[in-house]
Design a protein around this ligand. Sequence first.
Ligand code: IPM
Ligand code: MN
Length: 377
Amino acid sequence: MDFNIAVIRGDGIGPEVVDQAILVLEKVGKVYSHRFKYEYLLAGGAAIDETGEPLPKATIKKCKNNAAVLLGAVGGPKWDAQPNDKRPEKAILGLREQLGLFANLRPAIVWDELAAACPLKDEIIAGGLDILIVRELTGGIYFGPKGSEVIAEASGISKLASHLSKEKPLPAGRFAYDVEQYSESEIERIAVTAFEMAMKRNKVVTSVDKSNVLESSRLWRTVVSEVHARYPEVKLENLYVDNAAMQLVRSPKQFDVIVTNNIFGDILSDEASQITGSIGMLPSASLGEKSFGLYEPIHGSAPDIAGQDKANPVAAILSAAMMLRYTFDRAEEADAIEKAVEGFLAKGYRTPDIHTEDKILVGTKDAGKLIADLIGA
Ligand code: IPM
Ligand code: MN
């Protein structure tokens, strides 16, 4: 079978980890008789350098001509001085929005071999930890109305206030706002994703909101409960986000699937990633209505170690596995990659981020090769 993949290697360690993911895909191709075709595209800092734009129109267009996107990471200090709408991060937000990728799956798994890396006490994660965060990705405060302005005089009225016909007087000075907002259909579709995922796992969904304060969260909780009625086998729990943040470190094993809005998901997924102790191991998938998806490691561009063969390619490699699972519906091949990663760890190989004295230190390239070698072995 032929698989068409858009590849955005990106900035910092992005290119070197993506190259290893591709090495592993090539091995999968050999063992399972598939042909992967890659179209290399620009986004983020690399695109700014080349075209002046973080997300060139051609990139979006070409992404749409492929079945999936594999992305490394974007951004770095080089582009910190860029104006807000020309920052590398804009590329990520633009890709999500323009490709309709509303469902972000972020698994947080403590690998048996790496249990010692978990910063929590042994008894808290005894027996392993496997949480799937389902983050809404194209709505909420990230994409709501936003702006900044200068209020000329004390008791001035902001443009936002006039727009909302809520004439709350403001002190003179700078004023900025971002609006958290959700429609029923946006909540419904992400809830469906979460319940569908839970059906294939341990059948527990925890919906996280702030419905004791936020109107948008009240709608969130209502709609999630309504969708729950269609999934009687799944247990639904609701938590306020502050409590959820606490529970994640107090007793993370209570969680199976966590579903939450864009900004809470951003924060909780970073927290969850730290519980695993190995952010260099965590992949993610961003999905829309159809099989099209964007796959990327959770870690960023890590410019401090870029180009030094120090980065852990496992998150990128596992992102390729998620791509096989979700876009291409090839569970067997995805399982093979995950097993190869397990084998790599079991043999004692470690990249610097997860290395301990008793283990074998390997660089990015060797890690990729060792994992590729274990596929079909
Ligand atoms: C993430 C990142 C992005 C986000 C940034 C880079 C815009 O933190 O993917 O979690 O906030 O969504
Ligand atoms: Mn984030």
